[in-house]
Design a protein around this ligand. Structure first.
Ligand code: ADP
Ligand code: MG
Length: 694
């Protein structure tokens, strides 16, 4: 194997490749565009495109694509070759600056939520030079933003870049007030931890629910699930280990900082965490990571499941979005340092987060809403649907002391005695871990834990960046007006803590007491996608996003439509898949098995043997099958009912209340029948087969 440092980034046209291959002036001009957000000159673009093409061709590449992130939440690409006819009837390989910076894919088949009628099919992709071009599967991929003919954002990258801009502007204002003149840019950074399941490919192919819906719609609990806690951090089995090794290598080639890998709580569940980077690149890299995971799994005879809840009864998969704010000079603005009590700049940034999360709980919830994630939130394996934040004892008491003008007593930063002499004593962290909080402060960053495993991390970071920018803006406005800076900052902190401390909760977020307590505190508890989406377009949120130029009102409505439409379509496909599996497979199987039992009983009677077991089983199964057929009818009917709701919000509520309930009912009966019939006749691999298949 090539050494890792040589392998790393070998498929990326990154800074090193640019420096090596571009004339000095071009390199400088491009850097200026990347660092200061300056427009790119077409002359420069031509030179860059040519160098990029030559680099790609040396790596055996023949095609390029504008790689973008439409509202489907996945990535899209259309491949064009470099060939261009030459007068001698042959071809030359060409790639112009114009082709690099702008593309025109037909946009009519991507979701636009009414932003673009099909007759205005034109869409544009525009190069995002802050994210490097790379080679994937022999194709030169150019990260781009995607917008409509009228300039509306049709993708997930554009609003993210806008949100980073606004946060930069407002955070710099605060830094200047604190006398920091050095920092030129403020960026948010993200390290997303990615959970996933791996199962045997052959088993996967036999399950229509997994193929159509990415999750199982039927399946009785196996005798063993995750109750022994023996999978978490357990030793990694050879097939999985081979997969992980190749995954790391493929990601490293793409410049993805894949760092940690381990087994997760549920059988067949694993996690990969990268080292954090700027939010824009982290988002691109996370999309790539998910794609490479699927591809490498396929190669290893495995299927990688990224659904939030592929199996009922065992833990689902999430994505922890570790988020922080730092300057281009390397200062992490959420680092409390050794003495948080007197670090006013840190406390002010912290207060911006506290106020933002409290005032925009609804948006935080909306940002993680999807049909798949609805199965996790509040299911005692993931945070509840209630947004709150964990700060830990030390920071909480620092804030309390400021709020109440009382002395702050430093929590003893005591050494941890391990009680074993060969082990070094290490300093105890001043904050313990809290695994149950949806939004936890973890030392020098926040960990937003509500994201579903398949979600693009763009949306949640757009919300975090914008909400915090808004609070920083309010703080900066107020402080710029004031005349006694230190006292003004203290007052601001005090006021914020007083007004927004209800959002801080350091206890167990999985407990019933918290649900009741949160209600007393007036916190929102928006249980499903259908419940939370209407909040997205509330006046206060439209004001926030339009004022910060993240979304226009039309763009917000389009997103509202797209997310709810996606929700309804997902449930519709799931319901149709259940009906098909029921009618085509489950009913025939149970009926055939019942007949087998009845035939056995008849034969046994002829020799005078005891037939009570067969008779009882056959009767019980027959009764269950009748119930099952009724549940099939009920689901059929429920699906028909959806047609009565042309308004998408109403329709989503209906799917949640009627269709989803009918699906649960149907599944329950099938799962019981499954436990009574012979393994031979069950139409597909069971939970036990799937979860212990690798
Ligand atoms: P913990 O032990 O608290 O889980 P780790 O150091 O293991 O912290 O980091 C977990 C994830 O958080 C990793 O992906 C890591 O890169 C990321 N992370 C660490 N620091 C930051 C930061 N300043 N900004 C964003 N993400 C960060
Ligand atoms: Mg974590």
């Amino acid at each position: 194997m090539t050494k890792v440092p040589e392998l790393f980034g070998s498929m990326v046209f990154g800074d090193a490749a640019m420096k090596e291959r571009l004339p000095k002036d071009t390199y400088k001009a491009l850097k200026k565009t990347i660092e200061d957000g300056k427009d790119l000159d077409i002359g420069v673009a031509n030179v860059v495109a040519n160098a990029m093409k030559n680099w790609a061709i040396e790596h055996g590449v023949t095609h390029f694509t504008h790689w973008f992130q439409p509202m489907t939440g996945t990535t899209a690409e259309k491949h064009d070759s470099f060939i261009s006819p030459s007068p001698d009837g042959k071809v030359i390989m060409e790639f112009s600056g114009k082709e690099l910076i702008k593309g025109e894919p037909d946009a009519s088949s991507f979701p636009s939520g009414g932003l673009r009628a099909t007759f205005e099919a034109r869409g544009y992709t525009a190069w995002d030079p802050t994210s490097y071009a790379f080679i994937k599967d022999g194709i030169l991929c150019i990260p781009t933003a995607f917008c409509s003919y009228g300039g509306e954002a049709l993708d997930k990258k554009t609003p993210l870049l806008r949100s980073m801009e606004t946060l930069n502007d407002q955070a710099l204002r605060i830094l200047r007030l604190f006398g920091n003149t050095k920092a030129k840019r403020v960026l948010t950074t993200v390290g997303p931890e990615q959970e996933y399941f791996l199962i045997d490919r052959e088993m996967y192919e036999k399950r229509r629910d997994l193929k159509y819906c990415n999750r199982t719609l039927f399946g009785a609990k196996p005798p063993k699930g995750q109750e022994m806690d023996d999978h978490y951090f357990g030793s990694i089995r050879p097939r999985v280990s081979a997969f992980m090794k190749e995954l790391d290598e493929e990601l490293w080639k793409l410049g993805v900082l894949a760092k940690t890998k381990h087994n997760e709580v549920a059988p067949a569940q694993h996690e990969l965490a990268p080292i954090f980077t700027t939010t824009n690149i982290a988002t691109d890299h996370n999309q790539l990571t998910m794609e490479v995971m699927r591809r490498v799994a396929y190669k290893h005879g495995l299927a990688c499941l990224l659904h939030e809840k592929p199996f009922a009864g065992v833990n689902g998969s999430g994505k922890h979005n570790n988020w922080s704010i730092s300057t281009d000079t390397g200062e992490n603005l959420l680092n409390p340092t050794d003495d948080p009590h007197s670090n006013l700049q840190f406390l002010l940034f912290l207060c911006a987060v506290i106020k933002g999360v409290d005032e925009y709980q609804d948006l935080m919830r909306v940002s993680v809403a999807s049909a798949g994630n609805d199965h996790r939130l509040g299911a005692n394996e993931a945070p509840p649907a209630i947004i709150s934040m964990f700060l830990g004892d030390e920071l909480t008491s620092v804030l309390e002391s400021i709020e109440t003008d009382s002395d702050y007593i430093d929590q003893a930063k005591c050494d941890m005695e391990m009680g074993v002499h060969v082990l070094p004593n290490f300093q105890k962290d001043t904050t313990d871990r809290n695994r149950t909080s949806p939004f936890a402060f973890t030392g020098n960053k926040f960990e937003f834990r509500m994201l579903g495993s398949s979600l693009s991390i763009s949306g949640p970071n757009v919300v975090l960046n914008t909400v915090v920018a808004e609070e920083l803006k309010q703080f900066a406005d107020e402080l710029e007006r004031g005349d006694c800076f230190t006292q003004d900052v203290l007052n601001l902190i005090k006021k914020t803590v007083k007004e927004h401390k209800r959002i801080i909760f350091n206890g167990n977020n999985y407990s019933d007491e918290w649900v009741a307590e949160a209600e007393r505190r007036g916190l929102l508890n928006l249980k499903s996608t259908a419940d939370c989406m209407p909040y997205f377009i509330h006046a206060k949120n439209v004001k926030l996003f339009t004022e910060h130029h993240i979304f226009t009102e039309a763009e917000m409505h389009s997103r509202y439509e797209i997310i709810l439409e996606n929700y309804c379509k997902t449930l519709n496909i799931e319901a149709l898949t259940m009906l098909q599996m029921s009618k085509k497979s489950i009913i025939p199987a149970v009926s055939a098995y019942t007949k087998e039992l009845a035939d056995a009983a008849i034969s046994k009677k002829q020799i005078g043997a005891d037939t009570s077991a067969e008779e009882r089983l056959a009767k019980e199964l027959s009764a269950q099958l009748s119930c099952f057929l009724k549940a099939v009818d009920a689901l059929d009917l429920a699906l028909l009912g959806a047609k009565q709701y042309p308004e998408i919000g109403e329709c989503a509520k209906y799917y949640r209340e009627s269709v989803f309930t009918a699906m649960q009912e149907l599944r329950g009966i099938s799962d019981t029948m499954e436990t009574f019939v012979s393994k031979k006749i069950w139409p597909w691999p069971t939970y036990g087969d799937l979860l212990f298949s690798v």
